[in-house]
Design a protein around this ligand. Sequence first.
Ligand code: ZN
Length: 44
Amino acid sequence: MLISPVEFFRTLPKKECPECGQHMEEQAESYLMECDRCLASKDE
Ligand SMILES: [Zn+2]
């Protein structure tokens, strides 16, 4: 039984931000561990 790419990504474990513990959407192009909010605060 083939698994569609959509189902494949849905089965991946959610990443969790080590800074605030917030669950994040997996982003293929993202190498970063923190969520958008923590990244934004660090970027300043
Ligand atoms: Zn965070």
